[in-house]
Ligand binder design. Structure first.
Ligand code: HEC
Length: 226
């Protein structure tokens, strides 16, 4: 009987360790998914990759086919294998170096990223450059505002392409009035909902249902600048 009790205790401990291992953050290679999005975390899939993808991994630059200078930034594995990111050390990472310096090597060649975008990448690297994603567990559709919901969403997922001197499709989405114009024309919702007749945005992927809902709700509310 005693033995059985010990066995039970040991089994509980072993399974507890096995369980906690599954949640170890340094699980390189596998995608770490959190149910809720913590505002203090920069997630690769949600935040860092959209910036890298739309500013660096375009065709002709650091994509899987061209990989200029041997640097391929088209996925988490490719980024980690390119040696441009030192997990935990943003300031020692080549990626941040080329994004923050001026002169010949400065990237992207057509102008610097915003300081908010660089801060997201730095935070992601300093938090271990994990292959992580958060789901929409705490995505809020009850209080949707331009300043706190829509503007940050477009900044992260769209402005990489839709800003600067030659924005994609000639469409600039950096200010309220630009964004409101596309809300009014139906193109903003059509593009993110992948409706027939519109170019699906972001290209090659889609916003989560909750984020698409946030855009729809804001537009249904009359796209206020609130
Ligand atoms: C990787 C670059 C890239 C990203 C990221 C991106 N776009 Fe685009 N977008 C484009 C290009 C290129 C076009 C022009 C497509 C065409 O006309 O063939 C375009 C076109 C559009 C259009 C016009 C669509 C139409 O059919 O009228 C809208 C609206 C738009 N984008 C909104 C967005 C929004 C909103 C996001 C973020 C959720 C986004 N885009 C993210 C590259 C991008």
């Amino acid at each position: 009987m005693r033995r059985l009790q010990w066995l039970a205790v040991i089994l509980v401990i072993v399974s507890w360790f096995a369980e906690s291992c599954q949640h170890t953050p340094f699980n390189f290679g596998e995608l770490l998914i959190s149910e809720n999005c913590s505002p203090d975390t920069a997630y690769f899939v949600n935040e860092a990759f959209p910036i890298i993808n739309s500013n660096c991994a375009m065709s002709g630059c650091h994509d899987a086919i061209t990989h200029e200078e041997g640097v391929n930034l088209s996925s988490w594995d490719a980024i980690m294998n390119s040696d441009v990111v030192k997990p935990g050390n943003a300031n020692g990472s080549k990626l941040i170096e080329v994004l923050t310096e001026s002169g010949e090597e400065a990237m992207p060649p057509d102008g610097p990223l915003s300081s908010e975008q660089i801060d997201v990448l730095k935070l992601w690297i300093n938090q271990g450059a994990l292959n992580n994603e958060c789901l929409d567990g705490n995505c809020d559709t009850t209080s949707v505002h331009f300043g706190s919901t829509i503007d940050p969403l477009i900044n992260i997922y769209c402005e990489g392409c839709h800003s600067g001197s030659s924005p994609s499709g000639g469409i600039n989405l950096t200010t309220y009035s630009n964004i409101a114009d596309f809300a009014a024309s139906g193109q903003l919702l059509g593009a993110v909902e992948h409706s027939a007749g519109y170019e699906p945005m972001p290209p090659g992927s889609s916003l989560t249902n909750c984020k698409t809902d946030q855009i729809r709700i804001w537009i249904e509310n009359g796209y206020p600048n609130d």
